[in-house]
Ligand binder design. Structure first.
Ligand code: CTP
Length: 446
């Protein structure tokens, strides 16, 4: 195939020096820089009806918890804050009460509780207890089952089965690495608590290393993930996402309008469902979902080379990537200059294209192929094209959608096409759709 570029109007230049080649229904976008993800986020109330008991012990990371309370509230949760004396040295109960809209409990001798047993009452209403920040001292208390102040007392008094405990440690790197802390962490985990891990980087003390508390948004994601059913526990998923970018020269290439959002949402939903997830991503501007291993690639061939060695280690392959079907046969080592391309050809330039490998078809035709799920981004005859791809690529399921209606957006509507028939998943945000697909994948794995 070859693309002929005339001076105008087929090539539209924009102020940021991007330019596009429109090829009708299957739009190929050739541009100088990969595309940014679109705006307009749909945010469902993911914690609607959940009651979170949020314990704070002493640490500079208390300032992050103010934001966390806001995020939990926005996600629909009610938040009851319990503060240790140490936490009060870093942030006031007034701030936490204003943000949580609930009276903050700071003492086990709280006379305002009718039965004077705040430590019992609090956890009886909670769906989850999160201690953030969890200081080294608080973790030691939890490990020993101590009950000499309100927070450790409340943790000890909670019904373990009904009110699970998440711990977000925060401390200096030496305190984190100390064998005593690691021993205490192992003990609280053995007792059923889940330790959320720590971040790495600059610490308040001026040192650099492990021990920073996770950011508020990361903690929110952990809380949301906690409530998702573990439908894919013990399973592993390999997922491709985003567009590919096929260089024409060092500053231009062929790509498409895929933002990668659906693939990233599936990676997140699968990780939340307990799967081990590897995400092979084309050029996108999206953060890696928590607990997902990410491999970044640019071209279709790089995506193929990244996927094939991983296939054997995974139970499921989900191909959401909008892989460029063609690439220029010769990518120029230097920027193609207008004056050179015009030589003897007037204002036109011609690029010869060759076909890229079909990654889903290659995986689907392997003798020991994993469960293969493909996508079909169409502009018309969705069911017909999706079914043809199901057969051609030997997939167990093709997820059809109208490409131009979804690229870059946060919502979509899907048509599931498999050997049994067709099923529509109505319009929803991409994370909810991804969770629906996870349910479908879990069913197919049974
Ligand atoms: N796919 C792939 N490798 C390619 C092309 C497509 O893995 N080189 C995968 C996509 O990730 C998707 C499915 O195949 O899961 C269908 O992709 P789509 O672009 O809709 O279809 P094509 O196979 O490219 O066919 P056509 O362009 O004719 O619609």
């Amino acid at each position: 195939m070859s693309i002929r570029i005339d001076s105008a109007p087929r090539v539209a230049a924009s102020s940021n020096s991007q330019w596009c080649i429109d090829m009708g229904p299957k739009r190929i976008r050739a541009c100088g820089t990969p595309r940014r993800a679109g705006a307009g986020t749909v945010r469902p109330m993911q914690l609607q009806g959940k009651h979170i008991l949020l314990g704070m012990s002493g640490g500079i990371a208390c300032y992050k918890v103010a934001e966390l309370v806001r995020l939990l509230g926005k996600a629909g949760a009610t938040v009851q804050v319990v503060m240790s004396e140490g936490a009060e040295a870093f942030i006031t109960p007034v701030t936490m009460q204003a943000l949580s809209n609930h009276r903050v409990v700071t003492s086990q001798w709280d006379a305002l509780e009718p039965n004077n047993m705040a430590h019992i009452n609090l956890s009886r209403q909670a769906d989850l207890m999160l201690i953030a920040p969890a200081s080294a001292d608080m973790i030691a208390k939890l490990a020993q089952g101590r009950a000499d102040e309100v927070l450790s007392l409340t943790a000890l008094a909670r019904p373990i089965e009904r009110c699970p405990l998440l711990i977000a440690p925060a401390m200096n790197r030496e305190m984190w690495a100390h064998p005593a802390t690691q021993r205490n962490l192992a003990q609280v985990q053995a007792d059923g608590a889940r330790v959320l891990g720590v971040g790495t980087g600059d610490q308040a003390c001026g040192e650099v290393g492990d021990g920073r508390m996770l950011e508020a948004a990361e903690l929110l994601d952990e809380v949301i993930a906690h409530f998702q059913p573990k439908l894919l526990a013990g399973k592993s998923l390999l997922i491709t996402a985003g567009p590919t970018f096929e260089p024409i020269d060092p500053v231009r290439g062929i790509t498409n309008l895929s933002s990668g959002k659906m693939g990233f949402a599936i990676a997140r939903a699968a990780a939340e469902a307990g799967a081990k997830v590897t995400l092979v991503a084309g050029p996108v501007h999206l953060p890696t979902p928590r607990h997902v291993r990410r491999i970044d690639v640019q071209t279709a061939r790089q995506m193929f080379d990244a996927v094939m060695p991983e296939v054997a280690a995974h139970d499921v392959f989900v191909a959401t990537a909008a892989v460029a079907d063609w690439r220029p046969i010769h990518a120029s080592a230097h920027k193609i200059k207008k004056d050179v391309s015009r030589e003897g050809k007037g204002a036109n330039a011609t690029f010869e294209l060759t076909e890229n490998p079909d990654i889903l078809a290659a995986v689907g035709h392997l003798p020991s192929a994993p469960l293969c799920i493909g996508f079909a981004a169409e502009s018309e005859k969705l069911a017909e094209h999706a079914r043809a791809k199901l057969v051609r690529k030997k997939a167990a399921l093709i997820v059809g959608n109208i490409g131009p209606a979804t690229f870059g957006r946060d919502d979509n509507a899907l048509l599931l096409v498999d050997a049994e028939g067709e099923r529509e998943i109505p319009h929803n945000d991409k994370l909810s759709l991804a969770r629906e697909l996870v349910r479908e994948i879990a069913k197919k794995l049974q």
